[in-house]
Ligand binder design. Structure first.
Ligand code: SAM
Length: 335
């Protein structure tokens, strides 16, 4: 039976973090001061195995999940992640199997991922300007290699490729129009994301957020846009189509126009904790259940009761009172 939460929301999407490690140190996500050399990432035996992830995913699909996204940390750092993709692709009922990646290893991995049955990828790329991008990822990683990854993904059919751009005022917002222009007409869909107050290591301030309306009007001033209907209820991005027919962009308005009312997403951390909100302060340990020999029925019942008790709508309530809450980090819970 498909569970519905206290606000009438069904369970449709599962985001699975396959590692808490990343090879980037984006200032807004995993700043070096916190995630430095002596930071203790999860030990290998604490991570869910591919078999455990597959078993849980099968149970989630029995409860209504049809969209599955692999994320992290950087999912391509998890050894053999293409084998996991193949195991998940074989589960009946998943009609969209995707991955969010920083693209750094994508040129090497795209073919194996497509062969495994991954449907498409979302690549994070915050700027086309090397100086800005290198300062943001803080490991000196160049734009060109991410662009190579995007083209490799497109060449093997991991399409449409979506390109996620987190916009931070005074850091990369000057490049927003260039970014849109670069991908216009390529079939790739750029999605501009309002910088969010996830975690508590990034020192988020409301002043850093560039509202999506401002992003759209800056782009539309040079390349006219018209609003497009959502592809489905609960779609995270608001779509805008180029008036000349050369594709579309999306904006993710998690700060200025939150979309909690339509949120059908569950998140599984790399160590098997279930979260029902990106801004959660705590989750439910499914690994303990898995490793204690629980039956499929018992695990499905546990997931169902977590989902049915769900009341969260953090972004709609965001206020001075929520700012100080001890939220989990995005690199841990998965984007
Ligand atoms: N490493 C992968 C990647 O770079 O896409 C997957 C994990 S990453 C946490 C997922 C997405 O979250 C990325 O697009 C990243 O830019 C975004 N992100 C991280 N912190 C964010 C924040 N504070 N506000 C908005 N987006 C954020």
């Amino acid at each position: 039976m498909a569970p519905v939460d206290t606000l009438g929301r069904a369970l449709r999407d599962l985001r699975i973090s396959v590692t808490d490690r990343c090879n980037f140190r984006c200032r807004y996500c995993m700043p070096k001061e916190v995630f430095g050399r002596d930071y203790e990432f999860l030990a290998r035996d604490l991570l869910l195995s591919f078999e455990e992830i597959t078993r849980l995913t099968r149970l989630f699909t029995s409860l209504g999940v049809s969209k599955v996204r692999l994320t992290g940390g950087e999912p391509l750092l998890r050894r053999g992640v293409e084998d996991l993709a193949a195991m998940l692709a074989a589960i009946p009922g998943i009609d969209d199997l995707t991955m969010t990646t920083n693209g750094s290893l994508l040129a090497r991995k795209a073919e194996a991922l497509a062969a495994a049955g991954l449907n498409r990828v979302t690549v994070s790329l915050d700027s086309l300007d090397d100086e800005v991008f290198m300062a943001m990822n803080d490991v000196g990683f160049p734009v060109a290699l991410v662009l190579d990854g995007i083209e490799a993904a497109a060449a093997v059919g991991l399409t449409p490729v979506k390109v996620n751009v987190v916009v931070k005022r005074g850091v990369n917002d000057a490049g927003v129009v260039d970014m849109a222009r670069h991908f216009k007409g390529t079939g790739h869909i750029v999605r501009f994301i309002e910088y969010m107050d996830v975690g508590h290591t990034n020192g988020w301030r409301l002043d850093d957020v560039v509202p999506a309306a401002e992003i759209v009007s800056r782009i539309a001033a040079e390349m006219p846009l018209e609003p497009a209907d959502p592809n489905y209820r609960g779609e995270v991005a608001r779509r805008w189509r180029y008036a000349d027919g050369e594709g579309e962009i999306g904006v993710i308005t998690s700060v200025t126009r939150p979309f909690c009312g339509d949120c059908t997403r569950a998140r599984l951390s790399a160590e098997g904790t279930l979260y029902t909100c990106l801004f959660a302060t705590g989750g439910d340990d499914l690994r303990a259940l898995l490793r204690s020999g629980a039956s499929d029925e018992e695990i499905a019942a546990a997931i169902t009761s977590v989902w049915m008790a769900r009341t969260d709508r953090y972004s709609e309530l965001r206020s001075a009172a929520t700012l100080g809450l001890p939220k989990v980090e995005m690199s841990y819970i998965g984007g």
